[in-house]
Design a protein around this ligand. Structure first.
Ligand code: SF4
Length: 293
């Protein structure tokens, strides 16, 4: 946690500002972004399959460096290399790249690749796979693709209650899902699946960020959550903060910092989703400090 202490203006004690130690880029995202910028630096013609991260400002910086995003392999031009993002992809995507002779730089986060392996091995005899997560999230789509048998994607307790589940299955979690939500859905699954193998695959980076946001939002007057509106882990951080701090706001850029809501005497804490770059966090911090004058 980086505390900037009480800012002082004209000799008066003013706002207290803290940035969470675990705010911003996680290991997997940093690795993918560094790799993409390195490719741009080497003038290697490459594209990312889907936006590399859920942060429009960083995606724009990548585009300016020459790495744009494509939605499908059909959009990849001859001579271009495809960067697979940290969310990972299905084995079909690797197969299609190989068939078409498209070189791949695989930035699948090792934590996600581990889930692929768990799912692939467990289902090799047709065993069912249950994923607690959002069905349309690219990471979940990728994980589901590695299963050989039936796949159930259960985002909520209600979907688990309605599902007709087999007698034997493995359950894994989307890496960025909230721990309490996973436990809640799991409690229903346990009552339905007799022979259940549980692999708690929530990423430690996410848990640490969530716990830190929880603890910061208990004492902060204002919580600022920096991250893209299309970033699911940023939305989950906001949910967590709002449970404990009535004045919790999500901002994507410094311009989004709500005007006139931060008082000079407030304790302000900043957290950020896994796809928020450090430079953006600093800009938001500077904006808040400036606005408190
Ligand atoms: S949140 Fe965790 S699993 Fe996901 S990319 Fe980051 S380090 Fe990897």
């Amino acid at each position: 946690m980086r505390s900037f202490g009480r800012l002082r203006r004209n000799g008066q004690v003013s706002m207290e500002l803290t940035i969470g130690e675990h705010a911003g880029f996680c290991f997997g995202v940093r690795r993918a972004v560094d790799k993409a910028f390195a490719c741009a630096g080497e003038a290697l013609p490459c594209v990312t399959l889907g936006p590399l991260i859920h942060n429009p400002q960083e995606v724009a910086r990548l585009e300016a460096a020459g790495v744009r995003s494509v939605d499908t392999l059909d959009q990849v031009e001859k001579g271009q290399t495809v960067i697979i993002r940290s969310h990972g992809v299905t084995p079909q995507v690797y197969a299609q790249c190989a068939e078409r002779g498209i070189p791949v730089i695989d930035c699948t986060c090792p934590h996600v690749a581990h889930i692929h392996q768990l799912v692939r091995e467990y289902s090799s005899d047709g065993g069912a796979v249950i994923i607690v997560g959002e069905a349309d999230h690219p990471e979940v789509v990728g994980i589901a693709g590695w299963a050989h048998g039936e796949v159930f994607i259960l985002p909520t307790r209600e979907t688990a209650e309605k599902a007709v589940l087999p007698d034997r299955a493995i359950v894994v979690a989307q890496t960025t899902i909230r721990r309490d939500r996973f436990e809640d859905v799991l409690s229903v699954i346990r009552g339905k699946v007799m022979n259940l193998t549980v692999r708690m695959t929530i990423c430690a980076a996410t848990s640490k960020r969530q716990q830190e946001a929880e603890s910061l939002s208990r004492t902060a007057d204002v919580m600022i959550v920096v991250g893209g509106r299309n970033s699911s882990n940023t939305q989950k951080l906001l949910e967590t903060c709002r449970l404990r701090c009535a004045r919790a706001y999500q901002v994507e850029t410094p311009e989004d910092v709500p005007a006139g809501v931060i008082r000079e005497t407030d304790r302000v804490a900043i957290t950020a989703g896994a796809s928020t770059p450090q430079w953006l966090l600093e800009q938001v911090r500077e904006r808040i400090a400036h606005d408190a004058t």
